[in-house]
Design a protein around this ligand. Structure first.
Ligand SMILES: Nc1ncnc2c1ncn2[C@@H]1O[C@H](COP(=O)(O)OP(=O)(O)OP(=O)(O)O)[C@@H](O)[C@H]1O
Length: 443
């Protein structure tokens, strides 16, 4: 049977000798007495469990230690002298960053169980990390019905070459959809040029779109290629198309009909081959009714229409997105932060997200850096506290639910190989079968 690997950080070496004498035949500990060596040892495939010895004779450099242990997916156990439990620096560190602690003198049976629990927890954490982190498609996270429908539409639209009008609230992912259409279409090897019509002063939009010749107006010191020409053989994504000034809408319509442009200050018509994807967060149909947008241009752009759902309309995706954003920003977090509290997850479900995914990303990034908690709270996210508390489970229910989660995930990982799962979880096959029965797990 292969041995479980552990790391043992012990500056004096006395505890590691005592641990060796306990004779844990299923464990193999690598003992190190300094953090530099530990850093090196962890740079390959790190072990699942680490032990750190704290004694009153020598102390570890706290900041370096915390940075080391927060960086790896290892379950850490502190071994400390009882008197140090009152230490104002050490106690918070252990509470924040360690799976468990064990006070001296060593108690063989207790330490064996603590190691077993830590190992089981590490196995499930790694297994969870190996599941796909980004359920979704086209670089977009989401598994809700609304997103599945959107993915099917993107797939179909990518095969044709018609203009597409992408609607949806600000921050909901319209540009991401446009990029997905481009990168899955025949134009994927051509350029993708994005331009926000709402962010460019009206007097500059014409030159941004169509380009200009040298001397076309004061300040035009040299010829400039506009975005339409720059997107030749590719895609031009026009965000906030509703902000295109009325006089330019006529020029733009002509380009759509004739596939040619004239640079400002020139008379020459230049042929271009560009697919237009346009986005709007306002109701363009209404803008047409109010005379702010040309009806003929609207129909020309709206050959295919896509609507990106607001985040609150796909709240099933919020936890998934939150976990993905957390993992994407894992290297920019306060060391002790480990994830979200269940209260924070409920608060995220209850909040209407006017700024959609962009707002979710901003709030989570802020909370990951600023939170002083192990689990991010609604207050860390700047959200109102979650309303309803679900019924608090009893300890037995909570234990059963965690046991079930661990067993089911391991059965999935090891394709229902009960012997292997029993070995991984450190229980006998008979015990595992009994638990499978008791927890109503279907094999
Ligand atoms: N489904 C998604 N999965 C992952 N990230 C997403 C998703 N939707 C949006 N985002 C992210 O949210 C942010 C905003 O997305 P994007 O810029 O595409 O929105 P938008 O609707 O075009 O916004 P605006 O209307 O303000 O221009 C980006 O960082 C984007 O990567």
């Amino acid at each position: 049977m292969s041995k479980r690997k552990g790391l043992l950080l012990d500056q004096q070496g006395t505890i590691s000798a005592a641990v060796q004498r306990l004779g844990f035949t299923d464990w193999d500990f690598l003992t190190l007495d300094n953090l530099d060596a530990a850093r090196k040892a962890l740079s390959g495939r790190p072990p699942l469990v680490g032990l750190v010895v704290f004694d009153s004779a020598r102390s570890w450099p706290a900041r370096q230690l915390e940075s080391l242990i927060s960086r790896h997916q290892i379950e850490w156990i502190a071994i400390l002298e009882r008197s140090l439990m009152q230490d104002g620096d050490l106690a918070p560190l252990v509470a924040r960053s360690f799976h468990d602690f064990h006070t001296l003198p060593l108690d063989r049976e207790r330490l064996r169980m603590t190691l077993g629990h830590a190992h089981g927890k590490a196995v499930i954490s790694r297994a969870a990390a190996e599941f796909p982190q980004h359920p979704g498609r086209f670089g977009m996270t989401g598994s809700s019905d609304r997103m599945q429908a959107l993915f099917r539409q993107i797939e179909r639209i990518s095969t044709v070459d018609a203009p597409v009008l992408i609607g949806g609230e600000s921050g909901s992912g319209k540009e991401l959809v446009a990029r997905a259409i481009h990168s899955h279409s025949d134009r994927k090897n051509g350029p993708f040029i994005a331009m926000n019509c709402g962010a460019i002063p009206p007097n500059l939009i014409q030159s941004e779109l169509f380009g200009h010749e040298r001397g076309a107006f004061s300040g035009a010191h040299q010829r400039k290629i506009g975005n339409i020409e720059a997107a030749n053989d590719g895609v031009l994504f026009l965000d906030e198309i509703g902000d295109l000034p009325l006089d330019l809408q006529a020029n733009f319509l002509r380009f759509l009909q004739e596939h040619t442009i004239v640079r400002v200050g020139s008379t020459e018509r230049v042929r271009v081959n560009v697919r237009i994807l346009a986005a709007t967060h306002v109701d363009l149909h209404r803008a047409v009714g109010e005379g702010r947008f040309r009806e003929d241009l609207f129909y020309r752009l709206n050959v295919v229409h896509l609507k990106v759902p607001a985040l609150r309309e796909r709240s099933d995706d919020i936890t998934l997105l939150a976990d993905t954003i957390f993992n994407d920003n894992i290297h920019q977090k306060a060391p002790q932060v480990r994830g979200f509290s269940s209260e924070a997850l409920r608060a995220m479900q209850e909040y209407p997200w006017p700024g959609n995914v962009r707002e979710l990303i901003n709030r989570i990034q802020h909370a990951m850096i600023m939170s002083e908690n192990r689990l991010i709270t609604s207050a860390d996210l700047g959200l109102p506290q979650a309303q309803q508390e679900p019924d608090t489970p009893t300890l037995d229910e909570a234990r059963a639910s965690v046991e079930k989660e661990i067993i089911v995930s391991n059965l999935r990982k090891y394709r229902n190989n009960v012997s292997e799962v029993a070995r991984q979880l450190g229980v006998s096959r008979v015990t595992l079968y009994r638990m499978i029965d008791r927890l109503n797990i279907v094999l």
